[in-house]
Design a protein around this ligand. Structure first.
Ligand code: FMN
Length: 181
């Protein structure tokens, strides 16, 4: 079946991250993003694509820091709260009944209920199409033990992944593969 060009993200299952930022006055903001990707190992760089109208971008422009919170399926219900366009400086973390936790290397808080976190400092931003590609230099990374399988991979079954609109992947099996020799 042929689709129109802008339907292409629906063909890609993407982990949902919740990016936390703070305003100049230090009030926290949180929003889900699924247009996101690792970019480089050394230096460690991470990127996500943000609509320029989002408070997330306003805050990152203000102070250049953000936390990428990797969330599990248990936070699926909170996505519609976090994606609501509340007025600027209305704290979505509180609105969603989630908890702020102090980050290690940056001022924006982490979300305590997240499974893993990537703390970033703005490295570069590029206007691409109707979004801004925001690149962060990774300053600190952590994962909850129960989300970290013994071989050093995340627990895919617990990971919240976006497909399109209201659709999330619900039945992912554990990722098992062997490297080809
Ligand atoms: C699962 C999911 C994924 C999303 N991914 C993105 C994304 O990659 N880029 C984007 O600009 N908005 C994305 N959104 C929409 C924003 O999260 C939403 O507009 C939010 O209100 C922006 O919040 P802010 O203004 O506090 O930054 C997504 C929403 C959901 C529910």
């Amino acid at each position: 079946m042929e689709l129109e060009g802008k339907a292409f993200p629906k063909l890609l299952v993407r982990p949902v991250v919740v990016v936390t930022t703070i305003s100049k006055r230090g009030i926290a903001n949180a929003a889900p993003f699924s247009f996101n990707s690792p970019i480089s190992f050394e230096p460690a760089l991470y990127g996500f694509s943000c609509n320029p109208a989002h408070d997330t971008w306003k805050n990152i422009r203000e102070n250049g820091e953000f936390v990428v919170n990797v969330v599990g399926k248990d936070l699926g219900e909170q996505m519609h709260v976090l994606e609501t366009d509340y007025p600027y400086e209305d704290n979505e973390i509180e609105r969603a009944g989630l908890t702020e936790e102090k980050a290690k290397a940056v001022k924006p808080p982490r979300i305590k209920e997240a499974k893993a976190w990537i703390e970033c400092k703005l490295e570069k931003d590029v206007e691409l199409g109707d979004h801004i590609w925001i690149v962060g230099r990774v300053l600190a990374v952590g994962v909850k033990d129960e989300f970290w399988k013994e071989k050093g991979v995340i627990d895919v079954e617990k990971l919240l992944c976006h497909v399109a609109g209201e659709f999330f992947a619900v039945d992912m099996k554990e990722a098992k593969y062997k490297r080809a020799k």
